[in-house]
Design a protein around this ligand. Structure first.
Ligand code: 5AD
Ligand code: SF4
Length: 465
């Protein structure tokens, strides 16, 4: 899953003025899209309690930091932020500070012991209890809730949408993970897998589509094992596509061992299901894959990629790669590079292995690849990834692509940034004065770099999806 470090803030405009806006909350989010979506649930829970929101931590009465535990580096950043929040608390002693999410779940009581500035610790299944935990702090005690649940899906909670433009929205369709990849902390921080009732997902998608959201992303740690009653992931996709015909539907993350052809067939048969597949490979070496407990071989994975490209010739396929996993030899690593080329990935997210205490790998295998070797391998993965992305993006030059506009472009505010139907990033020249976020245009692609396509609007895209 793409790991952007995002800070999100409640938009004043999103919140109807409530008479009892006594407290202002500030929420900062790290980690994956699932965390971003969880912050919207948390904001929904606080909103129902009468909280307002502020984009400025310095004027908040409540600071919640939604954390990631996937790599050590993700946690180091949180410790830094806590130091800053401590300085705010010196000026505003009534300030309540909560650490929520995966790092809270991993460290539990230790967080309170090691960071006295923290008042609340709440794990991913504990957000319903936040109002109660806040009251506990107001009455003078520290508050902690880190019990994992087998049922919690927050299906009945209305998320408060926090993105600045009403263009894209996430829907969590399931929580937790039953795979036991040996490197991964997620099963320990997010618990057992459970699927949210399909009716509530379809209803949420319908509402978002009616509200004008043009892109809806269905989220789960392993969407292919979604199951509610007799509805499996392919059925869910079809129902969401029909309920939200004016929105482009995306999803993440797929697991190579579980992704069924019927999902690909369904994508091919609905005009608003987007051919973007994020399929983490992790390594191209069978020996490493086995130690990672991934449940497939490199060859098997390549066959899945062939199948994807057969059903969806326009598919954009991205992946995750970990370099420097325990015992990874130069030959193992080279197998990863050649698999990258064989799979012709359109985009690659790359990570250095970071040992997480308590995982299978931490207990079983020494973290024996020196940091400088990990670094050097990472650089080689990056170079190969850029070459492949450039090749892939160049195939688009001269074509007309439907593009959903998201926001003004960073480099030149006269241009706008958006994405093609299959998920490629695009800069549309001189679009800012003519169009707005949420518009879908036909864009003629003139140039391509490894990171983005560049083009101009050739026409407002005629169909709604
Ligand atoms: N070290 C490095 N990368 C990791 N990931 C998961 N756990 C670790 C770890 N311990 C990567 C995987 C996963 C992505 C979300 O993060 O590639 O797919
Ligand atoms: Fe998301 Fe995993 Fe990080 Fe938790 S540990 S925030 S599930 S990436």
């Amino acid at each position: 899953m793409a790991l952007a470090h995002t800070r999100i803030f409640g938009q004043a405009a999103d919140i109807s003025p409530l008479p009892s806006l006594l407290y202002k909350a500030y929420i900062e989010t790290y980690g994956c899209q699932m965390n971003f979506s969880d912050s919207e649930l948390v904001a929904g829970i606080l909103h129902a309690e009468g909280y307002g929101f502020t984009p400025d931590a310095e004027e908040a009465d409540l600071i919640l930091i939604n954390t990631c535990a996937i790599r050590e580096h993700a946690e180091e950043k949180i410790w830094q932020r806590l130091k800053y929040f401590q300085s705010l608390k010196r000026k505003r002693p009534h300030l309540v500070i909560g650490v929520i999410g995966c790092m809270a779940e991993r460290l539990k009581k230790k967080l309170l012991e090691e960071a006295p500035v923290v008042d609340i610790v709440a794990g991913p299944d504990s957000y319903r209890h936040l109002p109660h935990l806040i009251r506990q702090v107001e009455s003078g005690a520290k508050a902690i809730h880190v019990l994992l649940s087998r049922e919690e899906t927050y299906a009945d909670i209305a998320p408060l949408r926090l993105s600045p433009h009403r263009v894209s929205a996430y829907i969590s369709i399931m929580r937790g993970c039953n795979n036991m990849c040996s490197f991964c902390i997620v099963p320990f921080t997010r618990g057992r897998e459970r699927s949210r009732p399909w009716e509530t997902i379809v209803e949420e998608a319908r509402t978002l589509s009616e509200q004008g959201y043009r892109e809806i992303t269905l989220l789960g740690q392993n969407v292919d094992s979604y199951q509610d009653k007799d509805v499996r992931f392919a059925d869910l996709l079809a129902r969401v596509a029909a309920a939200a015909p004016h929105s482009w539907i995306r999803f993440a993350t797929s697991h190579p061992k579980d992704m069924l052809d019927e999902v690909l067939e369904t994508i091919a048969s609905y005009p608003n299901l987007t051919p973007y597949i994020h399929l983490p490979i992790q390594s191209g070496s069978d020996a490493v894959l086995q130690r990672m407990n991934r449940g497939y071989t490199a060859d098997w994975y390549l066959h899945r990629i062939e199948t994807i490209r057969r059903y969806l010739p326009q598919a954009v396929v991205s992946t995750d790669i970990i370099v420097g996993f325990c015992g990874e030899t130069e030959a193992d690593f080279e197998a990863t590079l050649s698999l990258m080329r064989a799979a012709r990935f359109d985009a690659v997210y790359h990570f250095m292995y970071s040992e997480r205490p308590g995982t299978l790998a931490a207990r079983r295998y020494p973290d024996d690849i020196p940091p400088e070797v990990k670094q050097e391998r990472l650089e080689r993965v990056i170079a190969t990834a850029q070459e492949l992305s450039l090749q892939s993006n160049r195939t688009q030059i001269g074509t007309d692509q439907p593009v959903l506009l998201e926001k003004p472009a960073r480099r030149n505010p006269e241009d706008m940034a958006g994405r093609t139907f299959s998920g490629r990033s695009v800069v549309v020249r001189k679009a800012a004065s003519l169009y707005k976020p949420g518009d879908i245009l036909s864009v003629h692609i003139q140039e391509a770099s490894s990171a983005t396509l560049i083009g101009y609007a050739s026409d407002r895209f005629s169909s709604s999806a």
